[in-house]
Design a protein around this ligand. Structure first.
Ligand code: SF4
Ligand code: SF4
Ligand code: SF4
Length: 256
């Protein structure tokens, strides 16, 4: 049987997702052997960026107009396309800049902003239809394996769609929010990491991004009652979710 053709594309980000894919635990690496890598800028010398692809994995946030144009072309040449990592799924860390006026951010970073042509940062699904989301910063193994095996077995992928709290309770952890008053983002964050941070007695900081229909305002109100400052609450909801409705809505209660 012919191996499915895989392309891995990168926009504004740290490229950690692409490396994470290659260094993942054994069974994802085993699964990857069943694919033909056609293009992966960080991993392959050369390669063919024009496709066609049976599966495209796209990491990074769209922060420049040319990226959106190129992304649309990749979509046309790909049977399935998955967003991988918080940057591509939710806007991630690059989207923090949308919490400040564009020119202020650019002036803080660059001495000369005349050569900077960035646009408001967005997750890739602001521009194209996506077949699924492999969440996390860096991404989780389980959802990546699900995406890859769905291609091999020609079935619809079944991604995790519940909160970190569910994984945390299944592990029998003591709740750091209730027991120790730590500002844990677990109730509003999509699962997939195995409740990594609470399992180490640390608060979740939402690197898997918001769970769909998360009640951000309720958790922000709770943090306010716990005595967190407005700036601290804002930082927690915008570190990975500045481009998401679920987390941006939480900021409204800070004006109450
Ligand atoms: S999601 Fe995280 S690991 Fe992946 S590219 Fe973005 S910042 Fe890097
Ligand atoms: S520690 Fe955090 S993730 Fe775990 S149950 Fe409590 S709030 Fe949820
Ligand atoms: S517990 Fe939260 S911050 Fe920690 S890895 Fe999981 S999603 Fe990311």
């Amino acid at each position: 049987m012919k191996k499915p053709r895989l392309g891995f594309f990168k926009y504004s980000c740290c490229a950690g997702c692409e490396f994470q894919v290659m260094y993942f635990q054994k069974h994802v690496l085993e699964t990857l052997k069943n694919f033909e890598f056609i293009f992966a800028r960080m991993l392959l010398r050369g390669g063919n960026p024009h496709g066609p692809f049976d599966i495209a994995l796209v990491e990074g946030t769209i922060t420049e107009a040319w990226q959106a144009d190129e992304l649309k072309k990749i979509r046309e040449k790909s049977t399935l396309l998955f967003a991988i990592g918080s940057c591509a799924v939710d806007g991630g860390i690059p989207a923090i800049k949308s919490t400040m006026p564009e020119l202020d951010v650019e002036s803080k970073v660059y001495a000369d902003i005349t050569t900077i042509h960035s646009i408001r940062p967005h997750a890739i699904d602001a521009y194209i239809k996506v077949d699924g989301y492999i969440r996390g910063c860096p991404p989780g193994e389980r959802d990546l394996a699900e995406a890859l095996s769905s291609v091999l077995s020609d079935k619809k992928p079944d991604f995790i769609n519940y909160s970190v709290c569910v994984e945390c309770k299944l592990k029998g952890n003591v709740c750091v929010l209730v027991a120790y008053g730590m500002p844990c983002m677990g109730p509003v964050t999509n699962a997939g990491c195995g409740a990594l941070c609470p399992s180490m007695n640390r608060a979740c900081y939402a690197c898997f991004g918001p769970m769909k229909q998360a009640n951000g305002p309720a958790l922000a109100r709770k943090f306010k009652m716990m005595g967190l400052s407005k700036e601290d609450i804002k930082r927690r909801f915008t570190e990975f979710g500045a481009d998401t409705l679920e987390f941006r809505r939480a900021l409204d209660i800070l004006e109450d």
